[in-house]
Design a protein around this ligand. Structure first.
Ligand code: NIG
Ligand code: FE
Length: 414
């Protein structure tokens, strides 16, 4: 089946040369596009693209044609950090926060992550699947084509495996590219308070081996931060994960200069995420590493936190990825278009840098930048056609509206 998208006003984020695995520093401001372009897709993959004039010289005979006059085509967003499997919402805590309680205070009194854990423990696998599936549909309509999903609201071996099995089923049934992460150490359950060491032992002795035995996780995560898990505990858990080939993607430096970033680099993590507390030493540690710093603007916005020093990071030569962190506590939205707008307004990123952050670099941060994240021959045909818009800068500029008209995943219109 050969599909031809023709008369594309501008085909954005193309790679005509050797495809890159990630964009670093100044490269982030480079965005290759083709005006008045075509895109040909065959068997779920990108077969060819270029200016419309080339098509006149060497016509192709598609099974299906789509006229994109006035519209742009972007590679689908990659959302490399989500907690998409959850039960119930937490708007009551949202009001507590408005009244002045901090994220950590809410957590300490059994709200926050523990609140979601209770609900996940009570929910059936089917209920969790149905809710997550709906959220995935919403994400597709908003332009996402790849998503990483974490466990972490289970807190017991049984409930964590239940979450991971839900993610496995989503992988099997959804057209998105999905990666799963075991986040056994997301918080300390009440019954382990004062015995955090024993909880860490349980993650190491039970959760990690069982998730690995069932092949349920691609990555391992730990909430390495003040009030949650220490660097020493994180070291132990990541070492245990490494024995099963689980590469880390950790939560770090959201609440303090916790040492989480250096810890991530030491363990050759694929990414370290949040990073509100990033100083010179942290930037130094990240330079030259294979770890993608990943900023979650939705969480910083929703919790009204300080912002990660993204400008400084890029200017120092780092690549930066951005993801939604979609979860019921700190970022209840899977909208990557909104992340693009926040990137430009709150982090002073250029639209080109922001687009690289939510496509190529976020693909890298979930280990799929060989397959998706740009328009390149041979990559999976994951892209969207916009509504009629004047320019690619309009994407972050016109915040709050859905600019996506039609989404294609593995070449299939959704
Ligand atoms: O990425 N920071 C830690 N974990 C999640 C929040 C989870 C929750 O509050 O439910 C995050 O923001
Ligand atoms: Fe998170």
């Amino acid at each position: 089946m050969l599909t031809l998208i023709k008369n594309i006003k501008e085909l954005v984020q193309v790679e005509t040369g050797q495809p890159k695995l990630r964009a670093m520093g100044k490269e982030m401001a480079q965005l290759e596009t083709i005006k008045n372009a075509y895109l040909a897709v065959e068997d779920g993959k990108i077969k060819a693209f270029g200016p419309m004039q080339e098509l006149g010289a060497a016509p192709i005979y598609p099974d299906r044609e789509v006229d994109a006059t006035g519209r742009m085509v972007f590679p689908s967003f990659c959302d490399s950090h989500t907690h998409l499997v959850y039960a119930g919402s937490r708007e009551i805590e949202y009001c507590d926060k408005i009244r002045g309680l901090s994220y950590e205070e809410i957590a300490r009194r059994g709200g926050g992550i523990l609140n979601s854990a209770k609900r996940v423990q009570e929910a059936s696998e089917q209920e969790l699947y149905d809710d997550a599936r709906q959220r995935l549909e919403q994400m597709i309509a908003l332009g996402s084509g790849a998503v990483e999903i974490k466990s972490g609201y289970g807190m017991t071996v049984e409930a964590e495996m239940k979450m991971l099995r839900v993610i496995r089923r989503l992988k099997e049934t959804s057209p998105l590219v999905i990666k799963s992460t075991l986040l056994g150490a997301h918080g300390v359950p009440m019954e382990y308070r004062g015995r955090q060491n024993e909880f860490v032992d349980m993650v190491i002795d039970k959760m990690i081996p069982q998730a690995a035995a069932e092949g349920l996780a691609d990555f391992i995560d730990v909430f390495c931060d003040q009030g949650f898990f220490t660097v020493e505990e994180t070291d132990r858990m990541l070492e245990a994960g490494a024995k099963y080939g689980l590469r880390p993607k950790i939560h770090a430096n959201e609440l303090a200069y916790s040492g989480g970033i250096q810890c991530a680099v030491r363990h050759n993590a694929l990414s370290c995420d949040h990073l509100e507390y990033t100083g010179d030493a942290e930037i130094e540690a990240l330079l030259g590493s294979e770890t993608m710093p990943t900023v979650l603007p939705g969480a910083a916005f929703f919790l009204n936190m300080v912002h990660a020093p993204v400008r400084k990071m890029i200017d120092a030569g780092l690549g930066v990825a951005m993801a939604s962190d979609c979860n019921p506590g700190s970022s209840p939205s899977p909208n990557m278009q909104l992340i693009l707008s926040m990137a430009c307004v709150n982090y002073r990123m250029l639209p080109e840098e922001a687009i690289n952050a939510v496509t190529l670099n976020s693909a890298y941060a979930m280990g799929v930048s060989r397959e998706v994240g740009t328009i390149a021959v041979g990559k999976s045909a994951n892209f969207f056609i916009t509504k009629p818009i004047p320019s690619y800068e309009y994407m972050p500029y016109a915040y709050g509206e859905n600019k996506v008209e039609r989404a294609f995943l593995a070449g299939q219109e959704q």
